[in-house]
Ligand binder design. Structure first.
Ligand code: ZN
Length: 148
C-alpha cells in the first residue's frame, strides 16, 4: 500500500470512529474553538492531575473528516502523557505543518508517528491546515484555561 493511501485510511478511520469522544470524567480544563472557513467546531476536555499528567483527554466536535480525525488522533496519542511531553508534541506537530516536514520523534511508537504523519497530507492544501491544527491549538488553550 502506498503511504498516501495508508494516511488516508488512518484519517477516515479516526473520522468515522473518533476516539475519546464526549466529556472525560472529572475534567478540570477545557477550551473550544470554531473554524468559520469550514464550519468545524471542537471542544477539548482535560483531566489534569496534581502531577501534571493528563489523566483524561477527550473532545466533542463536528465538522470535516480532517478536523474530526485530528482531534481524535490528538486525544489518542496524548492521553496519559505529562504536560511537558504534550507541549513538545504539539509544537512538533504545528511545526510539521508549517515547514512541510514529518515528525520523527523517538519518544513515540512507530504506529503513533505514522498516525500523526497521516495529517501531513494537508500541507498541500493551505485551506485545510486550519482543520488539522485547530484541535491542537485548542488543547494548548485548554491547558492554560483552568475550569474551577
Ligand atoms: Zn474542516
Amino acid at each position: 500500500m502506498e503511504l498516501k493511501e495508508l494516511y488516508q485510511e488512518i484519517i477516515l478511520d479516526h473520522a468515522k470512529n473518533p476516539r475519546n469522544k464526549g466529556k472525560c470524567e472529572n475534567y478540570n480544563h477545557d477550551a473550544k474553538a470554531h473554524n468559520p472557513l469550514c464550519g468545524d467546531k471542537v471542544h477539548i476536555y482535560i483531566n489534569l492531575d496534581n502531577n501534571k499528567n493528563i489523566k483524561g483527554l477527550s473532545f466533542e466536535g463536528e465538522g470535516c473528516a480532517i478536523s474530526l480525525a485530528s482531534a481524535s488522533i490528538l486525544t489518542d496519542i496524548l492521553k496519559g502523557k505529562d504536560l511537558s511531553f504534550t507541549k513538545k508534541i504539539i509544537e512538533d506537530f504545528l511545526n510539521m505543518l508549517k515547514t512541510k516536514s514529518k515528525i520523527t520523534l523517538n519518544s513515540l511508537s512507530e504506529d503513533q508517528v505514522t498516525t500523526i504523519n497521516s495529517l501531513s497530507g494537508v500541507q498541500e492544501f493551505p485551506m485545510r491546515i486550519k482543520c488539522a491544527t485547530m484541535a491542537w491549538h485548542t488543547l494548548l488553550s485548554a491547558i492554560e484555561n483552568k475550569n474551577t
